[in-house]
Design a protein. Structure first.
Length: 142
């Protein structure tokens, strides 16, 4: 009999733990860091759209003070809003010091300033880019 009680207690503990494990997994996914892509290479943004979410592409350089200043707030937006995903597009090629305006990705999107945003709707359609996207993102950050 004692082994039956232990088996029952073990089974009960396992059943009670499953919701806690699933909740921890949900929290991990929700708090995940934004994806970092490109490192100066050309990129197909459609490959990184998050279906059903507004996707913000943040073109940045680690050598850009405004990019560094806004980055933590974009991470918070990504982590707190279930309907928004941030994808950070590093325009710098490895080893290039300073903002890499000549990188393939900077030239691909004809970037003249960073941070530069492109915002796609949950349906995958481009909603805003450049100044209009910056204003949209700034509204969500405030």
């Amino acid at each position: 009999m004692p082994s039956r009680h232990r088996l029952f207690a073990f089974a009960l503990a396992a059943m009670l733990a499953v919701p806690l494990i699933l909740k921890a997994e949900d929290t991990h996914v929700k708090n995940a860091e934004p994806a970092h892509i490109s490192r100066g290479a050309t990129v197909t943004l459609a490959d990184y759209l998050v279906p059903g979410k507004t996707t913000i592409f943040d073109f940045y350089s680690e050598y850009c003070p405004p990019c560094r200043a806004i980055s933590p707030r974009l991470v918070q937006l990504h982590q707190k809003r279930d309907d928004v995903a941030v994808v950070k597009v590093d325009i710098n090629r490895p080893g290039v010091k300073g903002i890499d305006w000549q990188s393939p990705v900077a030239r691909q999107f004809q970037l003249e300033s960073v941070p530069h945003f492109k915002v796609y709707g949950p349906d995958g359609a481009l909603k805003a880019e450049g100044d209009a996207a910056y204003e949209m993102v700034a509204g969500w950050l405030n």
